[in-house]
Design a protein around this ligand. Sequence first.
Ligand SMILES: [Zn+2]
Length: 168
Amino acid sequence: MIVFDLICRDGGHKFEGWFGSSGDFDSQKAAGLIDCPSCGCSAVDKAVMAPNVGIKGNQRSSRSSTSIEPSKPPLPVEGERPITKAVAVPAEYQELVAKLAKAQAKMLEQSEWVGNDFSERVRAIHYGEKEAAPIHGTASADDVAELEDEGIDVMPLPLPVMPPEAQN
Ligand SMILES: [Zn+2]
């Protein structure tokens, strides 16, 4: 997914459009499918390009993306962060999330990031093949269901974790 900041020629209104590729913007524009949400005119141009923030496939912010709806929602990818461009995030919410982020970071201080090896590692610990140690990583919903079937307690983290290799 790619997001473009768009601007309408008539009123100078700025808005966002999501596209599968920059080619999609050109073809949708040529077909007159993109129109300004403020005044409805379809003479739109790209404004300054915004970085691709890796939004999840099920969070669409513009109706201009409906024509490129994939047949099934993509699975969350490691390191991808849910994100919102909220009109107004209440201060209490921001505070709460900040507290939660702090609590989670503290909780994970002693924990080792194992990425995609999570299921394998937690299983090895459960069956005594490895010494017990706090670990965190990523697992698919299927992996989690299998672990639960085996009686292994795992807990989804409230907030996504940035893999250490992705931090700079
Ligand atoms: Zn406009």
